[in-house]
Design a protein around this ligand. Structure first.
Ligand code: C5P
Length: 211
């Protein structure tokens, strides 16, 4: 069973993906980490990477790169969004994601993948597709709390601006733009607790796997 979770930054996909994978005994892939690792490798090689550096980094990713420190910084997120707009980078990361879905590690019977284009490009045949979203304001508030918990500075207006810029870049790129698959179920988490999001997602999984 493949579960595809897509949606904008800080909508709650990551938390939900981990909980679904644990509850259903499935493998989990946070595909954003692949784009972040590509960006981090390129940033390590040069301060202001261009297309060529991003493409080169995506082609030479090592298994440990997605577990690097610092992948959650704003600088890495912004660079990841730039790298993610390049067709060559997306092509380099596609095979890894599709292999993960086809042959989930640990002998699991399936996988939960979360990202922006899982339901539309990576796993168009996924049994369950959920598009997880929330208002930009709610997502910015959540991101601020996350940053503060990690002991980092977080100014709401700046985080909100950053969330909006990343949405714009992800939604308007010509290759694999962020958009719900036509057969995805929309799940707006703006007014829901993580437990409520999980319960609603489990209900979607049950109804999809029964059908
Ligand atoms: O999900 P996360 O915020 O970690 O993703 C970082 C960036 O990677 C996103 O802003 C997006 O541009 C890109 N991404 C993507 N396709 C995916 C996952 C992430 O384009 N499947």
């Amino acid at each position: 069973m493949i579960i595809a979770l897509d949606g904008p930054a800080a909508a709650g996909k990551g938390t939900l993906a981990k909980r679904l994978a644990a509850a259903l005994d499935l493998a989990h892939l946070d595909s954003g980490l692949l784009y972040r690792a590509t960006a981090a490798v390129a940033l390590e090689r040069t301060v202001a990477p261009g297309d060529a550096e991003f493409i080169d980094a995506s082609g030479s990713l090592q298994p440990g790169d997605s577990a690097r420190n610092g992948l959650h910084s704003n600088a890495v997120a912004t660079a990841a969004s730039k790298a993610a707009a390049l067709p060559e980078v997306r092509a380099a990361l596609l095979a890894f994601q599709q292999n993960f879905a086809r042959t989930p590690p640990g002998g699991k019977a399936g996988a939960v993948l979360d990202g922006r284009d899982i339901g539309t490009v990576v796993c168009p045949d996924a049994a369950v597709k959920i598009f997880v979203t929330a208002s930009a304001e709610v997502r910015a508030k959540r991101r601020c709390l996350e940053l503060q918990e990690r002991g980092e500075d977080a100014i709401y207006q700046r985080v909100l601006q950053h969330v909006r810029e990343r949405d714009r870049s992800d939604e308007t790129r010509p290759v694999a733009p962020l958009k719900p698959a036509s057969d995805a179920v929309l799940l707006d988490t703006s007014a829901l607790t993580p437990d409520e999001v999980f319960e609603k997602a489990m209900a979607i999984v049950r109804s999809r796997s029964a059908g």
